[in-house]
Design a binder for this molecule. Structure first.
Ligand code: SF4
Length: 220
């Protein structure tokens, strides 16, 4: 499949998922530091546990300064609901310490950088990877870098939108229109959770089956 066919397929997939799941308004607002902390808390857990960990965190700490000066163990204790608490606490404390050195608990300075520069800057924080950084940029700073989690990786791979050996974030950032990124990202996650599951994908019920190269292998 050449790039032009791939783009056509991608637009078709995007449209089918929009018909299935409906349009999504982007309403996360500009709170990039809060989004970064939330996304760190979401690593390896579900949305409910992430939200609970965030509520527990802010019930014990008053503000970013309070959090930045607390011992890692105390932060870990507050966010234990979501698991991997020691690692996440270390990451959060590290981010806040770096921002304190820059003079302000804020990521607003990223607004003036181009998307690639801002992405690299976020990934310079220990524990912040490509996906976490891309979520902050797309959701809270309106910078078009496509975030790829396990569901997005699996679904787009099976659909042949990203080929073996290609880098998922970079390929999808290039292929997906900026204005489509937010909704398409969320729709792919939805589809990966409900239909294109890691084990036993429900190809027989999938609206994408007619253009999915992987379906034949699953349908047998
Ligand atoms: S047809 Fe099957 S493998 Fe392809 S996207 Fe749908 S569920 Fe996934």
């Amino acid at each position: 499949m050449n790039n032009s066919e791939r783009r056509d397929n991608l637009i078709w997939v995007k449209n089918e998922l929009e018909k299935l799941y409906g349009p999504i308004d982007k309403d996360w607002g500009e709170r990039p530091l809060r989004t970064l902390v939330q996304t760190v808390l979401s690593q390896n857990t579900n949305d409910d546990n992430r939200d609970r960990a965030e509520r527990d965190l802010w019930s014990r700490f008053t503000d970013y300064e309070d959090l930045a000066t607390a011992p890692v163990s105390k932060i870990a204790d507050a966010i234990s609901t979501g698991g991997l608490q020691n690692q996440k606490a270390k990451t959060i404390k590290g981010i806040l310490s770096s921002l304190a050195e820059k003079g302000k608990y804020s990521l607003d300075y990223l607004k003036s950088l181009d998307p690639e520069e801002a992405w690299k800057e976020l990934m310079s924080f220990d524990g912040v990877g490509k996906k976490t950084a891309a979520v902050v940029l797309l959701f809270s700073l309106d910078k078009p870098i496509f975030p790829v989690d396990t569901h997005v990786r699996r679904v787009t791979g099976r659909l042949g939108l990203v080929m073996n050996g290609e880098k998922h974030h970079e390929t999808l950032t290039e292929l997906v229109r900026d204005d489509d990124m937010f909704q398409f990202h969320l729709h792919l996650i939805h589809h990966g959770r409900e239909t294109c599951k890691a084990r036993n994908p429900r190809c027989e019920d999938c609206v994408l089956v007619e253009r999915c190269p992987a379906a034949e292998g699953f349908l047998g």
